[in-house]
Design a protein around this ligand. Structure first.
Ligand code: ATP
Ligand code: MG
Length: 228
């Protein structure tokens, strides 16, 4: 039996007066560093900023996700994908939408654009031109019909090589989370690059190989032009 489904997905834009900014990139690309610098910069200009993260350890589902990533709790990898979505729903409901509707700036470490690059990791063969990639986008699309997330107004993609990401991570991390092994980082980078081609208008690509100050400068000048 076949069950025929056909529909177009429209990305849901931010309907509020607040501004939704997200940072994307592999672990070690500098998201936390840049989110902090940008947050301070905006606050100095008198803008109210709410910083959030997907996932985040102070939410029940986020706690579970971190335990899974560290190998403390074992679940089938697909269920991890649903957990990310469940955590994101809580975040949008409790943090993102209230802040945006109050006219604040939201700065998010990751957003729904992490779904595909990380969701593909549990496939035996990671081929972004295969049906797998389409299936993941459609699956998340179907979920988003049920609960549609707002797409960030600006998503900065911090582009680094797997080598650079590993070098930076080795300096700071003792517990290697599931996603931080070299091969995985390399696959995730390919996922982001594929996604950039599929949705070119959704990303602002930043060369994050440069120094923290240079990267911050690029981000700041983009934001300055946007919010003038
Ligand atoms: N442009 C840069 N040049 C050199 N080192 C950097 C740069 N940006 C960040 N770092 C350093 O790299 C490390 C990782 O950066 P950061 O924690 O910001 O990455 P992240 O993308 O948030 O990683 P994760 O996804 O694991 O949270 C930190 O020690 C940080 O100081
Ligand atoms: Mg971080």
């Amino acid at each position: 039996m076949k069950y025929h489904v056909e529909f177009d997905l429209t990305l849901r834009r931010n309907p509020y007066k607040g501004v939704y900014i997200a940072f994307e990139g592999v672990d070690g690309s500098g998201k936390t560093t840049q989110a902090e610098i940008l947050g301070k910069y905006l606050e100095e200009r008198g803008i109210e900023v709410v910083t959030t993260s997907e996932p985040r350890r102070d939410r029940p589902v986020g706690i579970l996700i971190h335990q899974i990533l560290q190998g403390i709790v074992k679940v089938p990898s697909v269920s991890l994908q649903y957990l990310y979505t469940a955590d994101r729903i809580i975040n949008h409901n409790k943090v993102v939408e209230p802040a945006l509707s109050a006219g604040k700036f939201v700065i998010s470490h990751r957003c729904l654009w992490s779904n595909l690059p990380y969701g593909m990791l549990d496939k035996r063969e990671v081929n972004y031109d295969s049906d797998d990639a389409k299936t993941i986008n459609v699956a998340h699309g179907l979920m988003s019909l049920y609960n549609q997330f707002i797409i960030p107004d600006i998503t900065f993609y911090l582009r680094v090589s797997a080598e650079t990401a590993m070098k930076r991570l080795k300096k700071i991390k003792e517990i290697k989370e599931l996603y931080e092994k070299y091969g995985k980082i390399e696959k995730v980078i390919r996922g982001y690059e594929w996604q950039l081609k599929q949705f070119p208008d959704e990303f602002v690509v930043i060369d994050a190989e440069k120094s923290e100050g240079e990267v911050a400068g690029k981000i700041r000048s983009f934001i300055d032009k946007k919010i003038k």
